[in-house]
Design a protein around this ligand. Sequence first.
Ligand code: PEP
Length: 249
Amino acid sequence: MRRSVIAGNWKMNLGFGEAADLVNSLTKLNYNTEQKDVIIAPSFVYLSELGKIAKDSNIKVYAQNFYYEDSGAFTGEVSIEMLKNIGVAGSIVGHSERRMIFHETDEVINKKIKAAVAHKFPVIFCVGETLEQRVAGVHEEVVTAQVGLGLEGISEKDMEIITIAYEPVWAIGTGKTASSDDAESMHKAIRNFLGKKYNKALADNVRILYGGSVKPENISELMAMENIDGALVGGASLKADSFAKIINY
Ligand code: PEP
């Protein structure tokens, strides 16, 4: 039985006071901590303080990104060691905004995943097709290729720290959600790919989240799908009431 995950990606949003209030509200929520992980990924600059607020709760604080080197002349970058030093529990990696705006390639994402493995640092590894790729009918090959390139050189054992998030680019922040059937069929394709690359037992254990305009209104239908294990939520994770409804779908 895979534990479900609801993760909030706050991107470059919220003032510090708003972020602190939001974490405070989330720490008071009742949810089934045996069956569900709740993760927030605030801005780097808030991680330390928000981690202190979340400390005695089950809420895990993740980064949105990191660099693959441990230290050195990499102006503006943050290493896994630094994040671990302040108690950060993991990170998102390969988000489509990193890929598209900051030109992160599959090769760079693979280096980041290898660094995460070396540091036993859990990651939510994001993949997803553009609208053009879906219209052209190549979405499954594009997404499974992203999964394969990101996981190049990653062993079965290393996969323990990896959660995958399928996030169709056309659904992120647009209000358009993939239908639960389309999302399910991509999750199944990813699981089949992992089954071939590794084995069925591993494929059955890997958690695959859906992301792209998840809201209180559509979370239950998505979560009812056999291969959808949780959600990576952007906009709707920025307000306590909508994020709480998603957590308690
Ligand atoms: C995201 O950025 O990961 C995301 C899914 O955003 P939204 O929920 O706003 O579409």
